[in-house]
Write a protein that binds this ligand. Structure first.
Ligand SMILES: NC(=O)C1=CN([C@@H]2O[C@H](COP(=O)(O)OP(=O)(O)OC[C@H]3O[C@@H](n4cnc5c(N)ncnc54)[C@H](O)[C@@H]3O)[C@@H](O)[C@H]2O)C=CC1
Ligand SMILES: O=C(O)[C@@H]1CCC=N1
Length: 280
């Protein structure tokens, strides 16, 4: 059971997905989770009623009782938040950021000397405790705090400790990834519906097909290539489907999506530093 007190700064969709998973896991008592935002009291009431966590507007937060702050606002708000936190926190406290594109050094440079920070990239499947989450600590972060953060994040799915240089591509794969699969599902639904099937059934069929494939990947010791080949009979339907996918640039499209998201992640902190034109 996690003994530290956690405060979310930001109560949007990512924060809610994490809060839901954490509370559901039972690994941390709901009363040890404090959720804040700047001014939307209705949103805080909603979160408190749903999950039984404590909520407070950020200006009323007792900063000294918090062990780990989870930064969950939009990247554009990071400078104001760090400037504010600098005067309110001590080196014993840890900042865990889920913000896309914001590096540990970006945060360290704007905080007090040797502040402990951790960069994390979860995804919205945290809601059901099925996130694929990356974690990379800053240079001053104590190992015992990394372990607690990891334990906390394990309550919302699988955790991968990775080098920071891979954080952008991880974001392109797993942080943004759920959206690619939802997009795929939207197109499955559209196509099946145009052929006369009803959308509700199609949604279930698409999801079950994706779930089955994901489970095969996780539970069988076979590569995606082997699994794909097992579906593909010579001159059969799958071969025809894959050929059409190939002709339409399917593989390239997936690769471009990941590269596009990763490159946007890289760009974001540069934008904030004013190194790119048309920033913020
Ligand atoms: N939505 C997603 O799938 C994922 C989002 N992220 C990251 O999570 C962060 C939040 O994303 P969303 O939840 O989608 O955004 P959102 O716009 O839904 O939520 C942002 C929240 O931050 C609050 N906020 C802004 N400034 C604040 C401050 N100074 N103190 C306290 N609260 C403050 C806002 O009131 C709002 O509640 C982003 O930085 C994003 O990069 C990371 C992984 C996945
Ligand atoms: O779209 C975004 O910027 C955020 C980060 C990863 C997923 N959503």
């Amino acid at each position: 059971m996690i003994k530290q007190t956690i405060a979310f700064l930001g109560a949007g969709s990512m924060a809610e997905a994490m809060i839901s998973g954490m509370v559901e896991s039972g690994n941390i008592p709901a009363q040890q989770i404090i959720v804040t935002n700047r001014q939307n009291q209705d949103r805080l009431n909603e979160i408190q009623n749903k999950y039984g966590v404590r909520t407070v507007l950020k200006d009323d937060l007792n900063y000294s009782e918090v062990d780990q702050f989870i930064l969950a606002m939009k990247p554009k708000d990071i400078d104001a938040v760090l400037e504010d936190l600098k005067y309110k926190i001590t080196p014993n406290q840890v900042l865990v950021s889920v913000l896309a594109g914001i590096s540990t050094s970006y945060m360290e440079e704007r905080l007090n000397d040797k502040q402990q920070v951790i960069r994390v990239m979860p995804n919205t499947s945290s809601m059901l405790r099925e996130s694929a989450t990356a974690i990379c600590p800053g240079q001053y972060t104590q190992m015992d705090n990394v372990i607690v953060a990891k334990e906390l994040l394990q309550s919302i799915g699988k955790v991968f400790v990775i080098d920071e240089e891979n954080m952008d591509v991880f974001t392109g794969i797993a942080g943004s990834g759920p959206a690619y699969f939802y997009y795929l599902m939207e197109n499955i639904e559209e196509t099946g519906n145009a052929e006369g099937m009803d959308r509700e059934t199609l949604r279930e069929i698409g999801a079950q097909t994706l779930l089955g494939a994901a489970k095969m990947m996780l539970e069988r010791d076979e590569s995606p290539t082997e699994l794909r080949e097992n579906v593909t009979s010579p001159n059969g339907t799958t071969a025809a489907g894959l050929e059409a996918l190939h002709q339409s640039g399917g593989g390239e499209a997936i690769s471009d999506a990941i590269k596009g998201a990763a490159s946007r992640s890289k760009e974001m902190s540069k934008e904030l530093e004013g190194l790119l034109v048309g920033s913020k």
